[in-house]
Design a protein around this ligand. Structure first.
Ligand SMILES: C[S@@+](CC[C@H](N)C(=O)[O-])C[C@H]1O[C@@H](n2cnc3c(N)ncnc32)[C@H](O)[C@@H]1O
Length: 199
């Protein structure tokens, strides 16, 4: 899938990716910050875009109802194969699929949650734009999305330490669009959270 973004393979793929990511602070606390209080109830479905070997995918699975379901999609089969080895069979079903985040093989309104961490910046602008449209398409009305990325060290803030700090954008789908985090719907879903900082 050329032109879709940087597929992490070889030196940067699979088990090596984990070690490399840890050097940049992308460890469990980073993903716990990114997910915040999110969990999935019975029958709910979530999708992780550019999931890599699934650090956030499997964390969400660990706190999901057994009848929820989670998919991760990534360009790199090497990342996905490593992710499959991390799935705990006692959690809800988790499926890792090869593909690009701007061409999702799912019907409209399929997901309660679409999330992504540290991946959008690996794609060229047309893919990012296509991804936003796809997220709006595959989310259910009232479904939620968030994008988490590294914000660099938050020196001296007291609220966050280490690199990277988790920062991102959260939104709730209303009437066919993904709202900005200032919308009333978003405040209802994530009280006292803002677009720029996930404590
Ligand atoms: C920095 S890694 C982040 C992986 C994981 N989300 C995490 O937090 O560790 C970026 C991932 O995005 C994937 N990627 C790049 N372009 C993509 C695209 N168009 N669609 C799906 N995955 C993509 C890469 O293969 C890589 O696994």
């Amino acid at each position: 899938m050329s032109g879709k973004g940087r597929a992490f393979t070889g030196f940067f793929g699979g088990a090596r990716y984990d070690r490399f990511a840890a050097l940049f602070g992308m460890k469990a606390p980073f993903y716990r910050k990114a997910l915040g209080p999110l969990a999935l109830g019975a029958g709910e479905r979530a999708l992780d875009l550019g999931c890599g070997p699934g650090p956030m995918t499997v964390l969400l699975a660990s706190r999901a109802h057994g009848e929820a379901r989670i998919w991760g999609i990534d360009l790199s089969e090497e990342q996905l194969a490593h992710g499959r080895t991390k799935v705990d069979p006692s959690t809800c079903p988790v499926t890792f699929l090869q593909g690009s985040m701007d061409e999702l093989p799912f019907p409209d309104g399929h997901f309660d949650l679409v999330m992504t961490s540290m991946a959008l910046h690996e794609t060229p602008p047309p893919v990012r734009r296509g991804t936003v449209a796809e997220v709006a398409r595959v989310l259910k009305e009232g479904g939620s999305s968030f994008s988490s990325t590294g914000a660099g060290p938050a020196w001296g803030s007291g609220a966050s330490s280490g690199f990277p700090s988790a920062a991102g954008v959260r939104g709730t789908k209303t009437t066919g669009t993904t709202s900005t985090p200032d919308s009333v719907a978003n405040r209802d879903f994530f009280p006292r959270r803002t677009a720029t900082s996930i404590p």
